[in-house]
Design a protein. Structure first.
Length: 313
């Protein structure tokens, strides 16, 4: 795919500096060098979506976008909330994905591996994964009439972050790919590398003990900046999203920037009282994250706790 030089002009540096990396309602925040990496937990297979240096084409700003579809795109999100590609040969924009809710309406999902149609849900849903918990994710589902064992089944998007999950169909069955790393402007999300972050839950007689662990590896020490003396947070939620426990509630933290340097490994433990468990819950979701400053790495994880159910009479 080529782009005629007389149609495009590199966006000047002043515009790049002034443009925000993400804004309210932006389900695909395009900016130079933004990237999103997804992994299938079963196979470890990954793929990455990247945005490149933008160009002005006929008065609109487009970003080279690779990895989202089989074809490298010249993409932008237009005023109607539709991700479009600029077709050089026709001089027109072609729809790729729509973020406009429209239950019951199917639209053409171009540039996929098979001919597919998409439908954007009108009702938001929750998402829990390596990137964290988001109660208002936007769902898009896809269908195809030409391929039985390949193609996208669904995608979930979160405002200001982008796609957080994609499900595809394969010869081996369905596969889900979750967001594990992203760079959006100055925001860096790292769920496993550049300091591996894990959350483990141990069941004790009176509590559930959550252990947060950061492994810096054998490279340079990991330097983390916190806006206050609070370095982490742990929240427990009911399956309906209701908050049952927050570790920081009732605690006081000095309102001063705090720098922590991690060489090797760092851990913290939080005891969650069993008394918070409501009788109607068969599972709880424990969310943990480091409360780092916006321009330093973000670490987050969510782990479910399965609860025993009373024996039936």
């Amino acid at each position: 795919m080529r782009f005629n030089s007389f149609l495009r002009t590199p966006v000047v540096a002043a515009l790049l500096i002034a443009a925000p990396a993400a804004f309210a309602g932006d389900f695909f925040p395009l900016a130079p060098n933004n990237s999103w990496t997804y992994r299938n937990a079963q196979t470890g297979q990954e793929f990455t979506v990247r945005a490149g240096t933008p160009f002005l084409i006929n008065g609109n700003t487009y970003y080279p976008l690779s990895g989202y579809t089989e074809t490298k795109l010249m993409a932008r999100v237009n005023e109607r909330g539709v991700l479009v590609h600029y077709d050089e040969e026709t001089g027109k924009e072609v729809q790729v994905t729509s973020f406009q809710p429209a239950d019951g309406l199917w639209w053409q999902a171009n540039f996929r591996q098979c001919d597919q149609e998409g439908q954007t849900a009108g009702k938001r849903s929750e998402y829990r994964g390596p990137a964290g918990y988001f109660p208002e994710a936007l769902d898009i589902r896809y269908r195809t009439f030409s391929c039985a064992d390949t193609g996208v089944v669904s995608e979930k998007f979160v405002e200001g972050i982008g796609m957080v999950q994609r499900e595809v169909t394969t010869f081996a069955g369905p596969r889900k790919y979750d967001l594990v790393r992203s760079r959006i402007g100055k925001q860096l999300l790292e769920s496993d590398n550049l300091g591996r972050f894990t959350l483990a839950i141990a069941e004790l007689p009176e509590t559930f003990r959550a252990t947060l662990r950061v492994e810096a590896g054998n490279g340079a020490p990991l330097r983390l900046l916190f806006p206050t003396a609070q370095e982490y947070e742990v929240v427990v939620r009911h399956p309906n999203g209701r908050e049952l426990f927050r570790w920081s509630e009732g605690r006081m933290f000095a309102q001063v920037e705090t720098l922590r340097t991690i060489s090797g490994e760092w851990t913290a433990t939080v005891d969650i009282p069993r008394a918070i468990v409501p009788p109607d819950a068969d599972v709880l979701y424990v969310e943990a994250w480091l409360t780092t400053a916006p321009d330093t790495p973000r670490f987050a994880a969510t782990v479910p706790i399965s609860l025993p159910q009373p024996a039936q009479p």
